[in-house]
Design a protein around this ligand. Structure first.
Ligand code: 15L
Length: 268
């Protein structure tokens, strides 16, 4: 069995991956917060990614790190910097020092949020972060690129769309950006198990009829999403007001709108 370290294993995505990856790998589940006690083929460890010395021990014997830990949405620069910039660096660096071969990094669609939604985007579009949070995901992807090219680590960056704790889209934008729990598990497994890649960016999105992210790289890894947000469309559209006009222009939606003082006409 491969040994997989999941950072942020106690978070929303972490808990779903813990259940979905169970039995397929030996899991080392790291979080700063308390977690449910270890089951078969599991180790539960407490680790703070802002403390590099704490990461050394948990990297031992690890084949792949699934790095989820961090601030999961927009926040103050200080928090984003400590967790998503410094913390992310600490995880990559500890993995390199321990000889870990592969890193699966939880990036976000907010790294490219200011692209216009009327255009499909793929993994080759330039970064257009829509928030400090988005900037931190650009940083993580750049770090991944560096560790792949310079140190030969195999790195996958999952630009995750809208992962919902209740496993259903709840806002109009989610009809395009939603990823179901089982698709999230499947995509992560493909990123862990695909035989040989150097550096790859994939979108974490289900097979949504309204999807606007071209996902050839994920398909090449064997990802075949099972779910489509459209099955919830009638209910979502009936229970929500239409999206704000500016928000609806961009892939990042609300991520763009928050603190927005720009001119939409200048964002081509
Ligand atoms: C994300 O990256 C965030 O972690 C999550 O809170 C949502 O904002 C999601 O993207 C989304 O775009 O819906």
């Amino acid at each position: 069995m491969k040994r997989i370290l999941i950072t942020g294993a106690g978070g929303q995505i972490g808990r779903v991956l813990r259940a979905g990856l169970a039995g397929h790998y030996a899991l080392r589940l790291a979080d700063i917060a308390p977690q449910a006690s270890a089951g078969e083929h599991e180790e539960v460890v407490t680790a703070d990614i802002t403390r590099p010395e704490a990461l050394r021990a948990i990297m031992e014997g690890v084949d792949t790190v699934v790095h989820l830990a961090g601030i999961p949405d927009e926040d103050t620069w200080q928090k984003i910097r400590d967790m998503n910039i410094d913390g992310c660096y600490n995880v990559f660096e500890a993995a390199r020092q321990a000889g870990v071969k592969r890193m699966v990094f939880a990036s976000s669609n907010h790294a490219v949020g200011f692209h216009r939604r009327d255009r499909m985007i793929d993994d080759t579009v330039m970064f257009r972060p829509d928030s400090r949070y988005g900037v931190s995901k650009v940083f993580g992807e750049a770090l991944g690129r560096l560790y792949a090219d310079k140190y030969g680590m195999s790195v996958a960056c999952m630009r995750i769309g809208s992962f919902r704790p209740d496993d259903r889209p709840s806002a109009p934008r989610h009809l395009a950006s939603w990823i179901s729990h089982r698709d999230m598990v499947q995509l992560t497994r493909r990123c862990i198990d695909a035989p040989d890649y150097h550096f790859v960016v994939v979108y974490g999105v289900s097979d949504n009829a309204r999807n606007r992210w071209s996902n050839a790289n994920a398909r090449a890894l064997g990802y075949v999403p099972q779910d489509d947000g459209e099955t919830h469309a009638a209910e979502v559209l009936a229970s929500n007001p239409p999206e704000d006009e500016t928000e609806a222009l961009f892939h990042g939606g609300f991520g763009c709108l928050r603190e927005f003082a720009g001119n939409p006409d200048r964002i081509d």
